[in-house]
Design a protein around this ligand. Sequence first.
Ligand code: FES
Ligand code: FES
Length: 155
Amino acid sequence: MSIPVRLNGKDVTLDAAPGDTLLEALRRHGSWSSKHGCESGECGACAVMVDGVTRASCVMLAEQARGRSLTTAEALGTPEHLSRLQRAFVERGAIQCGFCTPAMLLVATELLERCPNPTLAEVKDALSGTLCRCTGYARPVEAVLAAARPSPAES
Ligand code: FES
Ligand code: FES
């Protein structure tokens, strides 16, 4: 079946069978930044923003996205023009294997949109739903705080 959505600012049609998850439909469409992890809504790697709210796309049916506005990490920046958050992740060494990074960036983007000056606890809480096997979370937390409060040289 065909499912019209707005994906990263463009109207597109996802191709999905009944019962397909949003994650499966997005990856079939060629959007690879949402990662295929646990398939049970626990690791957070498959994050997609749906109408501005980050959701686990592995436990959402593709059909539930019909007519919705979807944002994946592909929309956050480009290699030539990284977003402030992406730059902070690179500069703070917050990326190791990178598997969790698109999801971390999406949840952090959502956090900074609704709370531009988050506390340490709010940053930790936002990142806590994304399982990271590599970083121990210290550097990603530091990067989000740095993106929220850039020094004059970074802004
Ligand atoms: S793959 Fe969706 S939460 Fe783990
Ligand atoms: S950087 Fe490897 S899982 Fe987070």
